[in-house]
Design a protein around this ligand. Structure first.
Ligand SMILES: [Zn+2]
Length: 319
């Protein structure tokens, strides 16, 4: 029996940084995606019911078990037409039995594509996205921008996945592009792959504060991972990410979260299993200062890589 806690603590989450309610500033593009759609944990309003699960709960997924991992209106072409054959990479050429003595050393071939899943790494938001940035630090000029953090963490993950030969797709390869929430999801949904896809959206959180230029109370900090409510696969993936994130950072464990109503767009509209990690609070002054440090960002990236490698190793279905 899963222990679920209704977490409707008033005031813990609210949209204070303009994600949902603020009108676009004059001169900004009003054709941006519907900002009423919650994008991440910082946009949770105080009256929202949030279900908290412990990442130590055992989630058993039987082989072939169907999963309710997204809204039913998602068009999933993988389920429609005939199955495409799995393309198996040809064996590498056999070495010449008589090596020529004068051959210069050959460059190392690129690692063979391998792996169980295609990891869609979502490093979204943009510099113009309302909110999604820390108050000014004491120097009066530095801020932590969430999009920059998200992209840096994903870049660090990418480097390690390249080394391990794990397959991935980055939703925002560009540096200078703004939010385009639907575009990020559409890119991942449209990405063709013979491997099952898993969507990992990487974020940092914001706690209620007096204003966007005020730091939130020191007491609110830590890491949580969101999954589609009711998705066993999502919960299992989230539990593995949350476990490694807490192990690597030793930050406060805010466990796994999901919302029965009004789930995040990236969890609802991706046609694949999806999780969203909230890596610390960018408006907690001490945590934001930590998030500016390359070593801390590396730990967060390492935790994501460990989770990916654990799932690559074991898969998600129980034997
Ligand atoms: Zn975010």
């Amino acid at each position: 029996m899963f222990k679920k806690i209704i977490d409707a603590i008033s005031g813990l989450f609210s949209n204070l940084f303009g994600g949902g309610k603020k009108k676009p500033q004059s001169g900004t593009d009003t054709s941006l995606p519907n900002t009423e759609i919650p994008q991440d944990g910082s946009e949770i309003r105080p009256d929202t019911i949030v279900i908290v699960a412990d990442e130590m709960e055992k989630v058993v997924i039987l082989p072939g078990e169907a999963d309710a991992g997204f809204d039913e209106d998602i068009f999933d072409e993988d389920k429609g037409g005939k199955e495409e054959p799995i393309v198996i990479a040809p064996d590498p050429p056999k070495p010449d039995p008589k090596p020529e003595p004068a051959t210069p050393p050959q460059p190392q071939p690129a690692p063979e594509p391998k792996g169980r899943y295609l990891w869609c790494l979502d490093n979204g938001h943009g510099k113009q996205t309302p909110g999604k940035r820390s108050p000014l630090f004491d120097d009066g000029q530095t801020r932590l921008f969430e999009y920059e953090l998200n992209r840096d963490i994903v870049a660090r993950i990418k480097k390690q996945l390249d080394e391990k030969g794990v397959q991935y797709f980055i939703t925002v390869p560009e540096v200078d592009i703004d939010d385009f929430l639907e575009g990020r999801v559409n890119r991942a949904n449209a990405k063709k792959s013979n491997l099952p896809k898993i969507f990992v959206s990487i974020h940092s959180n914001a706690a209620p504060a007096r204003s966007s230029e005020s730091w939130a109370p020191d007491s609110i900090s830590g890491i949580e991972t969101w999954h589609f409510h009711g998705s066993k696969t999502g919960q299992k993936i989230a539990s593995i990410f949350q476990k490694h994130l807490i192990n690597e950072t030793s930050w406060v464990n805010r466990h796994l979260k999901s919302r029965p109503d009004g789930q995040f767009y990236v969890l609802r509209k991706t046609n694949m299993s999806a999780v969203l990690t909230e890596n610390g609070f960018y408006n907690n002054k001490a945590q934001a200062a930590d998030l500016m440090k390359p070593a801390v960002r590396q730990k967060i990236a390492d935790a994501h890589v460990k989770a990916i490698l654990e799932i690559e190793q074991n898969g998600l279905e129980s034997a």
